[in-house]
Design a protein around this ligand. Structure first.
Ligand SMILES: Nc1ncnc2c1ncn2[C@@H]1O[C@H](COP(=O)(O)OP(=O)(O)O)[C@@H](O)[C@H]1O
Ligand SMILES: [Mg+2]
Length: 324
């Protein structure tokens, strides 16, 4: 028999035990807040003890954190949630006291791709840590992608050797899929960088996240990451800073799909060489001897300064990678 119960939890070496000797039937959990105090999780029960990773319990509104990561120097923090459906689909939340996610929340439903997050909720609420209120946060709840930033992955693993090169090619080929999806709908991501390409080496796929700066092709950009920006993005910012009107800027610079591909090229270069392209524009194979000539050519084709000489589409990039 299923019946919802509210229970208190006791933390023992990071394991939260249900005190009154009742058991979870399905691992269905929902955090609850009572009298403005975080008290535990609400669940449908029968079963045994239930484990929650981590000793600190954080929550915002009905969302309870399972694990969380804080990227130093990053304006947003990110947490994996204990959502009721986490067995099939994990949810993640990014939250920030200063930034709100309304723009990204509106943009996300324009796409429907397994490598682009599905949005679930956007809102504002008090963050609680072990029952104590910490801070009011804006937040966005979406699909969580397991994995890590592709550049970090190779920093940890070491430069890809002859054997590994095939896998990197497969990962970046997978990254072209959400890009093709987005581009074919007339949008460009505009903020591709290592932290926004989440690699899952188990499935061989890369997810594309953080659509906060996503714009329609040909529009004025609304932000960029300097280290991974295309020459067109930099030029657009330069002209706007010089006081030119948006109309006049748009006559001179047009952002399109190939701008995203330049940024992908910068990430690709960094993953296979460990270096930044901007620090000398050295061809990848001169840094990593295990890079085949064809791959060297693809990466250089993405890094063409002139957008007309660059690899034009994500599909073309995929086709070239398949021939490596
Ligand atoms: N859907 C997601 N799946 C997995 N990790 C994510 C997801 N969204 C964000 N992250 C993690 O949180 C970090 C910050 O998220 P991001 O969307 O880039 O926030 P911001 O808008 O502050 O730049 C990412 O670099 C990534 O490590
Ligand atoms: Mg980001």
């Amino acid at each position: 028999m299923k019946y919802p119960l509210r229970l208190s939890f006791r933390a023992e070496r990071g394991i939260f035990r249900i005190s009154p000797g009742v058991y979870p039937e399905e691992k269905k959990i929902l955090p609850f807040v009572q009298n403005d105090k975080y008290e535990g999780v609400e669940m449908t029960i029968t079963g045994e003890k239930f484990k929650i990773k981590g000793t600190n319990m954080y929550s915002i509104n009905k969302h309870c954190f399972k694990e969380f990561k804080i990227a130093p120097g990053h304006r947003a923090n990110y947490a994996i949630l204990c959502n009721p459906e986490f067995k099939e689909k994990q949810w993640g939340m990014k939250y920030s006291p200063a930034n709100n996610y309304q723009r990204e929340y509106k943009i996300l439903p324009l796409f429907s791709h397994p490598q682009i997050p599905v949005r679930y909720e956007e809102g504002k609420g008090v963050m609680y840590k072990d029952g104590q209120s910490v801070l009011i946060q804006n937040y966005l709840v979406m699909t969580h992608f397991e994995g890590e930033d592709v550049v970090e992955y190779y920093k940890r693993k070491g430069l890809p050797d002859q054997q590994e090169i095939g896998r990197v090619v497969q990962y970046f080929s997978s990254a072209t899929l959400p890009l093709t999806h987005m581009h074919s709908r007339g949008y460009i991501h505009c903020d591709i960088k290592p932290g926004h390409l989440i690699l899952n080496p188990v499935t061989g796929t890369m997810a594309l996240i953080d659509l906060e700066c996503t714009i329609k092709t040909g529009e004025i950009i609304c932000g960029m990451s300097k280290e991974y920006a295309s020459p067109e993005q930099k030029e657009m910012i330069r002209l706007l800073r010089n006081g030119e009107s948006e109309k006049s800027v748009l006559k001179k610079v047009r952002m399109n799909a190939s701008s995203d591909l330049y940024s992908v090229g910068l990430v690709f270069y960094r993953a296979i060489t460990g270096k930044l392209w901007q620090d000398g524009a050295i061809p990848p194979k001169e840094i990593n001897k295990d890079i085949p000539e064809k791959l060297n050519k693809v990466v250089l084709g993405l890094l063409e300064e002139n957008p007309y000489n660059r690899i034009q589409t994500a599909e073309a990039m995929k086709a070239e990678l398949e021939a490596v």
